[in-house]
Design a protein around this ligand. Structure first.
Ligand code: PMP
Length: 361
């Protein structure tokens, strides 16, 4: 290529997508594999969402509603916020990209934790800004250390609650203390992709602190609502910030089927209840069963958890893969002996346990 791209673009390491399951199965000569790697909903999509998509197919020749009017109205009622506070995204990834694009000047600093969801760093670099990564305290976010990293150049802070990949949460009390010390001109994004799964009553719900205009809550339909393939997420924020993001939002960033499915999924309270029951009982079952087998795992408030294999995780990951059980090795996250496991259906959980027992034997 004759054109030399800017150095800050060349500094981006691209997001590494996994192989399609079908391709993996073909290469390994297996079928019937199970994927417990990407924190997806084990029950599939909400049946009501599927119906809404089927009903929307006849209108695919029309552009989507660029304002997402009905979905925004529905969300506002559901969340108890004003429609003017909501910005829709093509997944919450899209909102992360809008925030970094709209708020950062070249050289600004963005504080995030290490490890953290990779899109914070990628979008920061794309904006020619500087990611500042703060190690966790054990496996939990250290809000004091995050504060200590803030300089006059800091514009944005990304916090994940519950945290991915560790499953820990911070409390409302701890966050209020954090906000008190946060400089007035810094925006703090609380990424709540897994908030629906939380059972700890002390956990922060960022919607409760949105009267502080520095706070942005990020949510998604990809996890508890089972719509990862459709790409719908949203941010809830001050109306002023929402106006700013809407300046740079692609006008049709959320497609019409995604909008219809998201509305139906919000109405499908039975599906959400069944999802939470499946995840909570599966999490309890798996962690008890692993501990009974002498395998250490960490408590989690999300739909995934870390397992400490106390040996190199990559060979175990490969051996599980050959048995058709796909998990996530945590080596690239700085945890060479851990895997991250997404809670599956009861059958999938049993299959994982059996496969792991065989591999470790
Ligand atoms: N934030 C976190 C912490 C995530 O784990 C994920 C998905 N892996 C996302 C955001 C992105 O979600 P979406 O599918 O809405 O883009």
């Amino acid at each position: 290529m004759k054109i030399k791209p800017p150095d800050y673009i060349l500094s981006v390491s691209p997001y590494k997508p996994g192989k399609p399951i079908e391709e993996l199965e073909r290469e390994l000569g297996i079928s019937d594999s199970i994927k417990l790697a990407s924190n997806e909903n084990p029950l599939g999509p909400s049946p009501k969402a599927v119906l809404a998509i089927q009903q929307g197919l006849d209108s695919l020749h029309r552009y989507p509603d660029g304002s997402g009017y009905y979905l925004v109205e529905k969300l506002a009622g559901f969340l108890g916020v004003e429609p003017a506070q909501i910005v829709l995204g093509n997944g919450s990834d899209d909102i992360i990209g809008m925030l970094t694009k709209a708020l950062l000047n070249p050289g600004d600093e963005v504080v995030m934790t290490d490890p953290a969801f990779s899109m914070y760093e990628i979008t920061t670099r794309i904006a020619n800004a500087v990611p500042v990564a703060i190690p966790l305290d054990g496996i939990a976010i250290d809000l004091e250390a995050v504060l200590a990293a803030i300089t006059p150049n800091t514009r944005l802070v990304f916090l994940t609650n519950p945290n991915n990949p560790t499953g820990t949460v911070f409390s409302k009390a701890a966050f209020m203390a954090f906000l008190e010390k946060l400089p007035a001109e810094v925006i703090v994004v609380v990424d709540e992709a897994y908030i629906e799964f939380v059972r700890d009553p002390a956990c922060l719900n960022a919607l409760d602190v949105l009267d502080d205009e520095r706070v942005v809550a990020l949510r998604t339909f990809s996890k508890a609502y089972g719509l990862a393939g459709l790409r719908v997420g949203y941010g809830v924020m001050s109306p002023d910030l929402a106006v700013l993001l809407n300046r740079i939002r692609q006008p049709f960033n959320v497609n019409s089927l995604a909008q219809a499915a998201a509305i139906a999924a919000l109405e499908d309270t039975a599906f959400l209840a069944k999802t939470l029951e499946t995840v909570h009982s599966g999490l309890d079952y798996l962690s008890t069963a692993l501990q009974e087998r002498g395998i250490a795992c960490f408590p989690s408030q999300a739909n995934f958890f870390l397992v400490d294999l106390q040996q190199a995780a990559d060979p175990v990951f490969d051996a599980l893969l050959k048995k058709g059980v796909i998990v996530r090795s945590m080596r690239s996250y700085g945890y060479p002996s851990y895997i991250r496991l997404t809670v599956g259906t009861r059958d999938e959980n049993v299959r994982f346990l059996n496969a792991l027992t065989e591999v470790l034997a």
